[in-house]
Design a binder for this molecule. Structure first.
Ligand SMILES: O=C(O)CCC(=O)C(=O)O
Ligand SMILES: [Fe+2]
Ligand SMILES: [Zn+2]
Length: 401
């Protein structure tokens, strides 16, 4: 949006020099075995290998003046044995390198980046499994937008926070103007495009290419598990909903997976360790991806759920694994059906639900298009944009360091 920066003057993109008021003063610096040690007046010390310091030189030759991106290549450096000058009053460490290059580093900035203290990035809200009974955080459209227009972001920050923490958040009492969802989303970041378009209308269509465009019940699912990277965040904005039926259902996939891990560990392991195929085909596309139903990271922490019964492809497992895999899958599916893990709501016109598509499953009951109209508009956003917006809004709220 063109006038966004005018409405929301942004602070500098990146500061290579921290405010030293917040950092302890440096007392002494020494160089030993290619490692610089700085002693600070809060009794902390920081140690940085020379190669690290050379790599992080903030001068205008090493960093682009405007973008602050690194221009310097370590391949060109002569690190050797430099000389150090510490000016405590200026919070500055100057390093004169053997090749004549001079680096002046702010000791407050260095203090925040002491090796082993890797917490200089603003923290993002951690995902927290739903506490049952769960209901999503509600934020009114009016509050959020009025603040946005005034260049403030407390309401939007709460919305983002709830989305990252619970994987689901409800915007309430918005207008029923077409494309409001697009206006809302593009303020946060560019839309994530897919084979169904960057934006979509969920209405029952005469020749649907997707179960969502029917009036049928939709079992809990995530969208597009047949892509390498399914969309991260889905926004669904209700414009009309007066047909009989069509209530929305959500379940916290992380909570269900953890329950499975506790009560049926073999089933959990099988779903986490067995990649299966997901596939969408029409006359123009054949989009397929192989991945486990429960995605875990190197510490076995659940990081994504791929559950979508209608685009799960033919099961290509070896004979001896098939029955066991189905048992595990059904154990997970049964749990998804448990009302304990579900949150149901009837979206009212002007409400927008946003959820983490790789964590929270969504579905709806069947509706009867003869009895009224049901029209949702939706789009997707990348997680990066949610995180970025949260960090930007956090600058103003002084929640970051
Ligand atoms: O109709 C609904 O409530 C949801 C449709 C759906 O699953 C989708 O748009 O991804
Ligand atoms: Fe969907
Ligand atoms: Zn430099």
């Amino acid at each position: 949006m063109n006038n966004r920066s005018a409405q929301h003057p942004r602070r500098p993109v990146m500061k290579e020099h921290a405010d030293h008021e917040q950092a302890p003063a440096p007392c002494h610096a020494s160089l030993n075995n290619e490692v610089v040690t700085i002693y600070f007046d809060d009794d902390q010390t920081g140690q940085w290998p020379l190669v690290w310091l050379r790599d992080h030189c903030p001068c205008d030759t090493c960093r682009h003046v405007h973008s602050h991106e690194r221009l310097f290549s370590l391949l060109d450096a002569d690190i050797g044995t430099p000389s150090l000058t510490l000016v405590p009053d200026m919070y500055q460490l100057t390093i004169n390198w053997p090749d004549g290059h001079r680096s002046a580093l702010d000791t407050g900035w260095l203090y925040q980046r002491r090796p082993g203290q890797h917490d200089f990035l603003p923290a993002l809200p951690a995902a927290r499994p739903w506490r049952l009974p769960f209901s999503p955080r509600r934020i009114t459209h009016e509050t959020l937008m009025a603040e946005r227009d005034r260049g403030q972001g407390a309401g939007e920050r709460q919305w983002l926070q709830a989305l990252m923490r619970d994987g689901l958040v409800l915007l309430d009492q918005g207008p029923t103007t077409p494309d409001e969802v697009i206006r809302f989303a593009t303020h946060i970041g560019p839309l994530r495009d897919t084979n169904f378009g960057a934006r979509f209308d969920v209405v029952s269509k005469p020749t649907p290419n997707n179960a969502a465009y029917t009036a049928l019940e939709l079992e809990l699912h995530i969208d597009l598990p047949n892509w390498h990277q399914p969309p991260d965040i889905q926004l669904l904005y209700c414009l009309e909903n007066d047909a009989q039926g069509g209530d929305s259902t959500f379940a916290d996939g992380y909570a269900v997976a953890e329950d499975l891990r506790i009560h049926a560990p073999e089933a959990f392991r099988r779903l986490a360790d067995t990649p299966i195929d997901f596939r969408f085909q029409d006359s123009e596309q054949d989009i397929t991806f192989r991945a486990p139903v429960i995605g875990v990271d190197h510490q076995d922490k659940v990081t994504e759920i791929r559950f979508n019964n209608w685009i799960r492809d033919a099961l290509g497992l070896p004979l001896e694994e098939i029955t066991l895999w189905y048992e595990a899958y059904l154990a997970f599916w049964q749990r998804l059906k448990n009302p304990l893990f579900r949150h149901e709501l009837a979206l009212a016109p002007g409400q927008m639900i946003a959820f983490d598509n790789r964590r929270v499953l969504h579905g709806r009951s069947a509706f009867n298009p003869e009895t009224g109209r049901r029209h949702l508009q939706g789009c997707y956003l990348d997680r990066d944009m949610i995180h970025s917006r949260f960090r930007v809004l956090s600058r103003a709220c002084e929640h970051t360091r």
